[in-house]
Write a protein that binds this ligand. Structure first.
Ligand code: C2E
Ligand code: MG
Ligand code: MG
Length: 737
């Protein structure tokens, strides 16, 4: 029995209407089969016609009479009939000819043939021509009524079947439309992993026609190296929550066949799949039938991630790697050299007198010069070297394969030689020169900070003496540069004497302008120098280790503010962010200390956000992650500060228990008009949304930036436009709390 027959027989036998599309009325009309009908009686015998009419009228039927075929055809033109009672033997056009005509012209009308002739041949001829029944004269009224009743019943059933078929066709068409027009690939596999169905979408995504996939094994779509690892997800047997959900993988495009052996062209996709089982009794699971799956093409998303990645790791003016990427490559070089017991060189290159060129010829010439110089230098380094632009006119060159001082000096010399000729920028002949500082691993340092600082020191050494030229780092160059014993004891006293203050800078919801929270920023009230900002003493506190004590004080002070000033009422939901330094987070008891402080001031974790910066995480990612997870479990939010300036690896963003990204103010400063379409800020906000992270845009200084961020659906904003850091009381008063 096919699907259609099953549905009809179910319907007739009065089972559930599985289509659920209102067949109820049809069902009723089918069962009251003997109900009134409109009947045409065609007979040349007047008495016969009338007596049949009288009989049928008594049983509720409406009848019209025709003495011959012609009259019958006229009546058929003007009325609609359910049934024709037709005598075979009539003068002129006989019943059989009329029957033929009726079958062609009025296929919906049922015909009962009546005849005195009883030959079997006649009967079969009549039935073959489409008559619904055959009555032999003379017949009893009961015979006639029975025949009419059963023909009408059959007729109504046929109507039901036709309506059901039409509905099935529509429903089938609708499902087919949905499946064929789905933006995703939809497939079914049999129990052995061969395709039994796949929709049209495959041809756009992977280049195959659906019919060429049927019968093929799914492994043909997976690159060889992925087959073992993720093959099982494709022919998933599990159902429910344990089935495959949003698994990222690559599938092989058909055009790979045109490439050489071993080369494949893949498309990144996301897969959802689940097992399909035969229906079975009770709780028992039936036989495994195969897999049903949906595949989404995510190449567009991957492309935009790649663009964001590129922008995050490259200087857009010169196309060179930026500080973040350089930092990452430097860390890699250190690990490799440590492992291989080898060395490498690092060079700081600072263009001499760039500022005066910029001032005399303007920014456009300055930019063009930087590009020209970057191109020139790029031409003289190897693919394995990293040439990065750190800022303005400051470049850095990492040479992983140059292991000794002499070779490094050779490279520096070569660069200086190539720059002897003037560079032509828009008709101006510009002479450029560089001061180059060199540090070599491991002689001049074993950590990235040390190497960078020493290459920088050597570079300054050149600048101070002569400009143009190079110098290799020597410890004697440090004299007088390091160590601030006086400052250290002053800061220590400031901590003890209460000369530090925690101020709060407001954060607003971009959409409504309501107060969303605040960031705690420390200030030093110096008895002689006045207010000292953190950028002047935090780096030094970090170096001397005092940051641990200072950081803990800030945290304590912030919790005190929350518990004494900003609790209850409208302030109930205000979250206060506190900056913590790498040195703090990497203290083994950091998480414990934070929780103790919260407890001491009875401040719930949800009121506090901890701001971390990316670079610090590199030092001991595992320990940092562990500490932050403990805090996160206590409800404390974790924010990534100055996002975009460090090594913003997307995979970190997923492994760390992050809640918020704070987009660094240098990106916000670049927003100058509302119609910048491809702003990197928009990309960052979209990416954060994808990762389920909240966003704070830092350094909002004007209305254009605020409006841009509002339109870009940035959740929170912070910056001088809303207010500088201020005492807690002032902040609450400003927002009417
Ligand atoms: P941050 O965490 O990125 O803090 C934001 C800094 O940007 C603050 O500078 C703030 O005053 C400034 N700022 C806010 N809005 C604007 C604006 O619209 N335009 C501009 N140009 N600047 C804006 P501040 O207070 O000088 O702090 C500098 C950095 O010092 C902070 O950067 C943070 O990294 C660090 N810091 C501050 N307090 C602490 C602390 O208690 N502990 C630690 N470890 N670091 C701190
Ligand atoms: Mg901060
Ligand atoms: Mg920041």
């Amino acid at each position: 029995m096919n699907e259609r027959e099953r549905i009809i027989s179910q319907h007739i036998e009065g089972e559930d209407n599985i289509l659920g599309i209102g067949v109820g009325s049809l069902e009723e009309s089918a069962s009251e089969a003997g109900g009134p009908a409109h009947i045409l009686i065609v007979d040349d015998d007047d008495r016969m016609r009338e007596s049949v009419r009288d009989l049928l009228s008594i049983h509720g039927h409406r009848c019209e009479l025709a003495a011959g075929a012609r009259q019958a055809l006229d009546l058929l033109e003007d009325h609609s009939f359910d049934l024709v009672l037709l005598d075979i033997k009539m003068p002129g056009m006989n019943g059989l000819d009329l029957l033929k005509e009726l079958a062609g012209k009025y296929p919906d009308i049922s015909v009962i043939m009546v005849s005195g002739e009883t030959s079997f041949e006649n009967m079969t001829k009549v039935m073959r021509l489409g008559a619904a029944d055959f009555l032999r004269k003379p017949y009893s009224p009961a015979d006639l009524l029975y025949s009419i009743d059963s023909v009408l019943r059959k007729r109504r059933l046929q109507q039901v079947v036709r309506a059901m078929n039409a509905r099935l066709a529509i429903s089938e068409q609708r499902h087919r439309f949905i499946i064929e027009n789905s933006p995703d690939i939809i497939y079914m596999l049999d129990a052995t992993g061969h395709f039994t169905f796949i929709n049209e979408r495959i041809s756009q995504v992977l280049g195959y026609r659906p019919d060429e996939m049927i019968g093929r094994h799914f492994l043909e779509l997976l690159p060889l190296e992925d087959q073992e690892r993720i093959g099982h997800a494709f022919n998933e047997r599990r159902t429910g929550k344990r089935a495959t959900q949003n698994l990222e993988m690559r599938l092989v495009h058909k055009r790979s066949r045109l490439l050489g052996p071993g080369q494949v062209n893949t498309v990144p996709v996301e897969l959802n799949a689940m097992g399909v089982y035969e229906e079975a009794e009770g709780d028992q699971r039936g036989r495994f039938m195969g897999t049903y799956g949906v595949i989404r093409d995510i190449s567009a998303r991957k492309r935009s991630e790649a663009v964001i990645n590129y922008q995050l790791y490259h200087d857009l003016l010169t196309g060179l790697p930026n500080r973040a990427l350089f930092q990452d490559r430097l860390n890699q070089a250190i690990s490799r050299a440590r492992r291989d017991k080898s060395g490498f060189a690092l060079m700081f290159l600072d263009m001499d007198r760039f500022k005066s060129i910029n001032d005399s010829y303007g920014h456009l010439v300055g930019d063009a010069l930087l590009q020209a110089v970057a191109n020139m230098m790029r031409g003289h380094v190897r693919d394995t070297d990293t040439l990065a632009r750190l800022s303005g006119d400051e470049f850095v060159l990492l040479l992983p394969e140059v292991a000794c001082v002499d070779d490094a000096v050779g490279v520096a010399q070569k660069i200086l030689d190539h720059l002897r000729e003037p560079v032509d920028i828009e008709g101006h002949e510009l002479y450029v020169s560089f001061s180059i500082g060199i540090a070599v691993y491991p002689e001049h340092g074993t950590t990235s900070e040390e190497l960078v600082r020493h290459a920088d020191t050597a570079m300054y050494h050149v600048k101070k003496r002569s400009r143009r030229g190079y110098a290799v780092y020597k410890p004697s160059m440090d004299a007088g540069q390091n160590g601030h014993p006086a400052l250290e004891s002053e800061l220590r006293h400031a901590l003890q004497d209460g000369c530090l203050e925690v101020m709060l800078q407001p954060q607003q919801y971009a959409a409504t302008g309501r107060l969303a929270g605040a960031e705690a920023l420390v200030r030093w009230h110096h008895p002689e120098k006045g207010v000292i900002l953190p950028c002047e003493f935090i780096p030094f506190a970090e170096e001397s280790g005092l940051i641990i004590e200072l950081g803990e004080w800030v945290l304590r002070e912030t919790c005190r503010l929350i518990s004494e000033r900003i609790r209850g009422g409208e302030c109930e939901n205000l979250v206060i962010s506190v900056n913590v330094s790498a040195r703090q987070v990497l203290q083994p008891d950091f998480a414990e200390r934070v929780l103790e402080i919260l407890d001491a001031y009875q401040v719930p974790g949800s009121r506090l956000e901890i701001e971390i910066t990316e670079n610090m995480l590199m030092q001991d990612l595992e320990l940092a992650t562990r500490q932050l997870k403990t805090l996160s479990r206590a409800g404390i939010r974790i924010a990534m500060d100055d996002f975009g300036t460090g090594y913003s690896s997307l995979s970190y963003l997923q492994t760390l228990p992050l809640d918020t990204l704070k987009i660094d103010r240098s990106f916000i400063a670049e927003i100058q008009s509302l119609n910048e379409r491809h702003s990197i800020v928009t990309g960052m906000i979209a990416m954060a949304r994808e990762l389920g992270l909240d966003v704070v845009a830092e350094g909002v200084e004007n209305e254009v930036q605020r409006e841009f961020l509002k339109r870009a659906a940035c959740p929170r904003i912070q910056g001088f436009l809303l207010g500088k850091a201020m005492p807690a009381g002032e902040l609450l008063a400003a927002y009417g709390h």
